[in-house]
Design a protein around this ligand. Structure first.
Ligand code: SPV
Ligand code: MG
Length: 296
């Protein structure tokens, strides 16, 4: 069970390394690179639909994407579920659906619906603490598998609120039953996170997303007392720059010759999509109608 795997990871002394992904292929690449788990990122999934990260996509669209990701990997998927798609009743259905579909963990954030990405220069509207704590209690009461993980994300620092407010929220969410706290920050240094960890004496794992403070290494995170790091958007951003380079070069050159050596081979594509395994199965079951060669 992937829920059990994620629980085991949360007990480990090492920092759990998680990478953002947005489809089956990127989830598979995450596993092959050696990540412990995959973050089904709202930012990545919305961007790959070419819509804003602002609850434009529905829960069902995000879940369908997460299901494909889950089927493509053997490592746990942690789903970014924004603020839970509405009220406690939305959260209750959400937990049922995500759990039923084999998702190992979810993360909900204490913002109002519709949310907007934390790095957008906009007013971030937080939920009242009690309202968000109720969502956590409802989620924990709903889950059937005790190993299903709920991460509660504190957006107080993102919203420009005090450290005291962030600590108060983290404590309330832990009391409501959260399995881990994601403390989000948009500072360029780790100091704010370090201060949070020092002041927050809660006994549950702490998760960080170092998008704006990339210089902090995994060993430093461990020394500070962080349990999980999510590199939330680096797959998406690397694919955008790679495609931009390739596409503009083809337009400029009028040929693909100049980019061939910089892009993955067709062999690699076949390997990633399981083409060779499929062909072996054909041989095994002797389905002569489907036979053909690899021509590229
Ligand atoms: C995401 O990856 O969608 C996240 C992280 O929620 S952030 O973009 O930092 O809000
Ligand atoms: Mg998100």
């Amino acid at each position: 069970m992937k829920t059990k795997k994620l629980r085991e990871l949360l007990k480990s002394e090492e920092v759990i390394r998680v990478i953002g992904a947005h489809n089956g292929l990127s989830a598979k690449l995450a596993e092959q690179a050696g990540f412990d788990a995959v973050w089904a990122s709202g930012l990545e999934i919305s961007a790959t639909h070419a819509v804003p990260d602002a609850n434009i996509l529905t829960m069902t669209e995000n879940l369908q994407t997460a299901i494909v990701m889950n089927q493509s990997t053997s490592i746990p998927i942690i789903c970014d579920c924004d603020s839970g798609y509405g009220s406690v009743n939305n959260v209750i259905r959400m937990v049922k659906e995500y759990e039923r579909n084999g998702i190992a963990g979810i993360c909900i954030e204490d913002k109002q619906f519709p949310k907007i990405n934390s790095f957008v220069n906009s007013t971030q509207k937080l939920s009242p603490i009690d309202e968000f704590a109720s969502k956590i209690r409802a989620a924990k009461d709903t889950q059937q598998d005790p190993d299903f993980v709920l991460i509660a994300r504190v957006e107080a620092l993102i919203a420009g609120q005090s450290m005291e407010e962030a600590i108060k929220r983290a404590s309330a969410y832990k009391d409501a039953g959260a399995d881990a706290i994601l403390i989000h920050s948009k500072m360029n240094e780790i100091d704010e996170i370090r201060e949070f960890v020092e002041l927050y004496k809660g006994s549950i794992p702490i998760v960080v997303v170092p998008t704006t403070y990339p210089n902090i290494g995994v060993n430093d995170l461990k020394n500070i007392g962080i349990s999980m790091v999510i590199y939330a958007n680096h797959g998406l951003r690397s694919s955008i720059s790679a495609m931009e380079k390739t596409f503009s070069r083809i337009i400029k050159d009028g040929t693909t010759a100049g980019i061939e050596s910089n892009i993955s081979s067709m062999h690699k594509v076949f390997e990633l999509q399981g083409m060779f395994e499929m062909r072996q199965l054909e041989d095994k079951y002797n389905d002569s109608n489907l036979k053909g060669g690899e021509n590229v």
